[in-house]
Design a binder for this molecule. Structure first.
Ligand code: PMP
Length: 402
């Protein structure tokens, strides 16, 4: 490739590792191998019928044209009502922008606010896209390892040592992809107390998994704990995970009006509004029958419990119960140093993942992709049958190690 044709901002980043792992699994499948794909980070359920119906009706009504750049009034009203109802947070319509998925919201926020060299604190393990998005927007990702002994969560001490005068953003994702870790009110309070000393640090909260939670405790937002942060916080959310709507591409950001105006300017010159039909569907998702949310959560919970038991029964693997999201982040440290039946040494989690794929036909993603090793992430957003098959294959593959 003629790299001089490609901008430095793109040369600094790499394709999403989970997409790369999914592509490799699909490639092997095409070649005729039997592959259990536990890579995907999307619900395996269909979008509920009433939401699909709303999209169909929107098409019939002719809602097939450009909408407001920031999203239809109906959808922003539905989002504002949701934020009050579910999160106790109040936003006006000029404080909300609808985007093409939460992913695009995060990118737009970073692109609209980062100056070259600005630092963004990203607790690790993190969602794979955060550091690359920061790099693409000329910022500096500052990843802070948060070990399992801290519940994979950012502590005040670690945050304190990561903050510098150049810190622009702290990214928080609760429940987290890939660990499912969720912050409690006390943990937020402690982080907030430190952040009060550093008013230049803005907060981005990625709440995309807020409804996929397995403990019955409250699900606080840091803004409930410290309402004074409202002006320095951008809340990111969307309908992809909660309503099994990954393909519809509806996310949003809520923040103070001056910030949202800047996001709007950038979006108006980059992508414009997101799909009109999807926006009508998202109104139905947020305002219609909510039973899918608790029903799907119960299914995920059963899968989590059973898959966790199967994984923890494998000598050499261990996994703590995630309190949310739909992934297991499996510790594979005990496999390192062992050899495959073909004699290859497993030196790191990438080797483990390659071994599971090539020898057992199970596709998972290496912890290196999420910034904390040695682990691998397996998605539980697949049927129990697929998960059982995956666990059986992993058990046999681990058993075959020398
Ligand atoms: N944040 C996190 C933590 C995610 O896991 C994902 C999806 N994998 C997103 C944001 C993006 O979601 P969307 O489909 O709304 O772009």
């Amino acid at each position: 490739m003629n790299s001089s044709r490609i901008a430095a901002r793109v040369q600094r980043i790499k394709p999403s590792p989970s997409s790369a792992a999914a592509d490799r699994a699909n490639e092997l499948r095409r070649q005729g191998h039997s592959i259990v794909n536990l890579v995907v980070g999307e619900p395996d359920f269909d979008t509920p019928a009433h939401i699909r119906q709303a999209a169909w009706e929107a098409i019939q009504r002719g809602e097939t044209r450009y909408t407001n750049n920031s999203g239809t009034v109906e959808l922003r009203q539905a989002i504002a009502a949701k934020l009050v109802r579910e999160n106790g947070l109040s936003y006006g319509l000029d404080e909300i922008i609808v985007t093409s998925g939460a992913k695009s919201a995060i990118y737009t926020v970073l692109a609209a606010t980062l100056e070259p060299g600005d630092e963004v604190i990203i607790p690790a393990p993190y969602w794979v896209s955060y550091p690359d998005m920061v790099l693409a927007c000329d910022g500096r990702p500052v990843t802070v390892p948060c070990p399992e002994s801290d519940g994979f969560k950012l502590t005040v001490e670690r945050l304190r040592s990561a903050i510098t005068p150049c810190t622009r953003w702290l990214m928080l994702n609760s429940p987290s992809n890939p660990t499912g870790a969720s912050y409690t009110a006390d943990e937020y309070r402690a982080l907030a107390d430190l952040l009060l000393e550093h008013p230049q640090v803005m907060l981005m909260t990625d709440d995309i998994y807020e409804h996929i939670r397995y403990d019955d405790s409250d699900n606080p937002h840091i803004l409930n704990i410290e309402p004074g942060f409202r002006d320095r916080t951008v809340l990111i959310n969307g309908v992809s995970k909660t309503y099994a709507m990954t393909g519809w591409r509806i996310g949003y950001a809520a923040a103070s009006a001056d910030l949202v105006a800047a996001f709007n300017t950038l979006q108006s010159q980059s992508s414009g509004n997101t799909c009109s039909v999807s926006q009508a569907a998202a109104v139905a998702a947020l305002e219609g029958d909510q039973s899918f949310v608790s029903e799907s959560r119960e299914v995920y919970r059963q899968r989590r419990d059973r898959t966790l038991e199967s994984i923890n029964a494998i000598s050499g693997l261990s996994c703590a119960a995630p309190s949310g999201a739909f992934y297991l982040y499996v510790d594979c440290a005990d496999l390192l140093g062992r050899r495959t039946p073909a004699g290859k040494l497993l030196a790191d989690d990438t080797d483990v993942v390659m071994y599971l794929l090539e020898n057992a036909g199970v596709a998972v993603v290496a912890g290196t992709a999420y910034g904390l090793s040695p682990y691998f992430r397996m998605s539980i957003a697949s049927s129990q049958q697929v998960l059982d098959e995956g666990c059986a294959r992993i058990a046999a593959a681990v058993d075959a190690l020398i």
